[in-house]
Design a protein around this ligand. Sequence first.
Ligand code: BG6
Length: 300
Amino acid sequence: MTLTELNQRFALSNHVQFKEIADGITIAEVSNKHANSNITLQGAHIATWQPRGQEPVIWLSPYAKFAPGKSIRGGVPICWPWFGPNATDAKLPGHGYARTVPWEVLETKALPDDTTFLRFGLVESDATLAQWPHTSPVQLDVTVGKTLRVALVTVNMSKDALVLGEALHTYFAISDVAKMKIRGLEGCEYLDKVGEPARRTQQGSIEIESEVDRVYINTEADCIIEDAGLKRAIRIAKAGSRSTVVWNPWTEKANKMGDFGENGFRGMVCVESANAFENLVTVKPGETHRMVVEYSVNAI
Ligand code: BG6
């Protein structure tokens, strides 16, 4: 669909407009009385979300690359249909292919409370089927308001049960990593991926003073990022997700990645609502699986 057709079919005055921001990269620019948000059609990737009167809640690297087939550093990358490395083929892309392929707009609407609803569907192609030879349409429903609501919905239309890994790999903007703590995972078991993989139990809230890469398992509780610097708490409430990944690459890894900028890692933390490792989801033929996450902000 051309940009003109996209705007004719799906633009909504005072809510949604489509723009091309780089060669081959189109965004839905969402703006309503509650918030602003930009979503790239590639990856159905929420790049920004800023409720009115707030600093941005989602972190986007100033060095993020917007190019066909490339993942974006920051925002809400969608990891699907596997999380981390592919279990059987190391050549396949880490975190799946959903974040780097085209998605199409299926619906936009202004809701009565003046929030904005958008539905995207991943476009299946020979390239996606070569990596995941199953008929399993996946959609992303996004409601942009004072709260950001995101639902990743997978339908298994194939004849076999599917084993799915997934995450909303959300990067949160924080004042400084030393001034925040994450609550909600106290007492949970996690796989520590820094150094020799190990299994540990979380004691108290999470404070970050070095590289952190952890998959907390069997956890459905809300997580709260308490940011003393910005005097706000970001709440992450979820359903259909039993893992939570907490990630900050710290100096060395961030420098190697090349798209964080100097000390960029200090202004972000990823708290990812996921289904990974022993929490992979089995979706039976004909079944629908939903992972739904709501982000909101309160002053503290
Ligand atoms: C996290 C993983 O979810 O994503 C980390 O736990 C990984 O191990 C990080 O480094 C970033 O991944 P990517 O592929 O976006 O650089």
